[in-house]
Write a protein that binds this ligand. Structure first.
Ligand code: GUN
Length: 295
């Protein structure tokens, strides 16, 4: 068997067209979606991610602002900027690019972003809503993975899904989304014993551990769906967490790196910005819905 490639790049281009139409519709109603990205310091990966976000945002017609702070910025200065953006009506989405320099308390700072503008879905309120199955901003990478599976019509109900990695950004929210879709979910991590025997049980195997080409064909079930979230630089080559060439001979579907999950992530972030702008639009239309019985 040779796996079908899950072409995230092509799919992201299709979704980008849909988002451009939505933005056009919003602009006609007087709302221009806007996102502000905050960067503290000069993390090289962050510079690349932000450049890509800016390019895509502008292509779909979203107003994009980058706020750059020095590496040694004190916490209260960063919080002040977040508060200003929380009350800035041009901005519906705030992204605090991670990682932050080590003197800053990431968890505390993320709590200062208004949950209504938390398009990354990292605020505890939005993570709690996800846990409870209430509508919320879903973090972009897991949201992109579910979208990729859905658009390729890969069934999830009743399937054994194995997620390798337990980060707040990918592993934990993805496990919840798969559970909500009636998959039977196992989460593995760096302390899991006999990892290969568990990954081999996955009808759907998602790997997000940041170890280049770690998953070999012996760790994968024949005919499974393999989703590779890794982006690892080896010299000037980018590889995933899965040994693509070997595993593609055993799986039924597989994401390439690059061109799989990565392009879906950016487009899903923009989808969340548009969702935030749509929420504002409905408030403008029904400003007194809560208090005026005549509306
Ligand atoms: N750093 C790595 N991935 C992400 C992400 O999805 N959002 C933010 N804000 N920072 C990141």
């Amino acid at each position: 068997m040779v796996a079908i490639i899950l072409d995230g790049k092509k799919l992201a281009q299709e979704i980008q067209k849909e988002l451009s139409l939505k933005v056009k519709g919003l602009k006609e109603k007087g709302v221009t979606p806007g996102v502000a990205v905050i960067r503290v310091g000069e993390d090289p990966s962050s510079l690349i991610y932000i450049r890509n976000k800016k390019k895509k945002a502008e292509e779909v017609g979203i107003h994009f602002e980058e706020h750059t702070l020095k590496e040694n910025t004190p916490q209260d200065e960063l919080v002040e900027l977040i508060e200003r953006l929380n009350s800035n009506s041009r901005i519906q989405g705030i992204v605090l690019q991670l990682p932050l320099p080590s003197h800053l308390d990431e968890k505390k700072i993320l709590e200062r972003i208004s949950p209504d503008k938390d398009v990354d879905g990292f605020h505890p309120l939005n993570m709690g809503r996800l846990l409870k199955g209430v509508s919320s901003f879903v973090p972009a990478t897991p949201k992109g993975i579910i979208e990729l599976l859905d658009r390729y019509q890969i069934p999830l109900e009743g399937k054994r899904a194995v997620v390798v990695g337990r980060s707040d950004i990918v592993g934990k929210p993805l496990a919840l989304l798969l559970l909500a879709r009636d998959a039977t979910v196992t989460i593995c991590h760096s302390k899991t014993k006999d990892l290969g025997s568990i990954t081999k049980e996955g009808d759907i195997l998602v790997v997000a551990i940041g170890k280049p080409e770690f998953v070999k064909e012996g760790m994968v079930k024949g005919g499974s769906v393999v989703i590779d979230v890794g982006i690892n630089r080896i010299g000037n080559k980018i590889v995933g967490d899965v040994d693509f060439e070997k595993v593609r001979g055993k799986a039924s579907y597989i994401t390439p790196v690059p061109g799989g999950v990565g392009p879906m992530t950016i487009i899903m972030l923009l989808s969340n910005v548009i969702k935030a702008a749509e929420n504002i639009k409905s408030e403008i239309r029904n400003p007194k819905l809560e208090t005026n019985p005549n509306v």
